[in-house]
Design a protein around this ligand. Structure first.
Ligand SMILES: [Fe+2]
Ligand SMILES: [Fe+2]
Length: 178
């Protein structure tokens, strides 16, 4: 269906995958920008950020395949999410390792809640969508747990970043599901 005309996502299950696809584009770009500035700011983190980026690229591809096979258009916020993610990655990457850990923790924390909610919903109504979401869950959990272990959660900066980034991530999901 790659070249056939695409239709907007209609069911709740389709909208979930459309939003996840846009979200993964945001995640790819957060890690891409952080890996880019890590060269200057914290070279020891670079290979790990690149690994996370490659996981997010795989996730984005899983959701892109689902959308493609079902002839569904991607989310209108797809490019905006990518640009927003890149900007967030640049700023937090330049702030250094504690800000990078707080960013990953905040984003993945919202993502995990969101994926758990989706899996419960999709289990009975869309096995294909459920499989796509289940396939990425463990990677997101690993990202989350790693960031949590690296984060300086008692620092004011971490608290502010987590609050702002959690709110923005929830807003992106809410907007995409409308
Ligand atoms: Fe992901
Ligand atoms: Fe992730």
């Amino acid at each position: 269906m790659a070249n056939a005309p695409k239709r907007p996502a209609s069911s709740r299950a389709e909208k979930m995958i459309k939003v996840d696809h846009a979200g993964e584009n945001g995640a790819v770009n957060i890690y891409r920008a952080q890996a880019l500035v890590a060269t200057l700011r914290c070279p020891r983190l670079k290979s790990q950020l690149k690994d996370f980026q490659s996981h997010e690229e795989e996730h984005r591809q899983i959701f892109a395949t689902f959308l493609d096979q079902n002839g569904i258009r991607r989310c209108v916020s797809y490019h905006l999410t990518g640009i927003g993610g890149f900007a967030l990655g640049l700023v937090t990457g330049l702030m250094g390792p504690p800000a990078i850990a707080a960013t990953t923790y905040a984003v993945e924390n919202v993502v995990l809640e969101h994926l758990e909610h989706q899996m419960a919903y999709l289990k009975d109504c869309s096995p294909d969508a459920h499989k796509a979401v289940s396939d990425i869950y463990q990677d997101e959990k690993d990202h989350h747990d790693h960031a949590k272990s690296q984060m300086q959660s008692e620092k004011l900066l971490s608290k502010i970043l987590v609050l702002v980034i959690r709110g923005s991530t929830q807003a992106v999901i809410w907007f995409g599901m409308r």
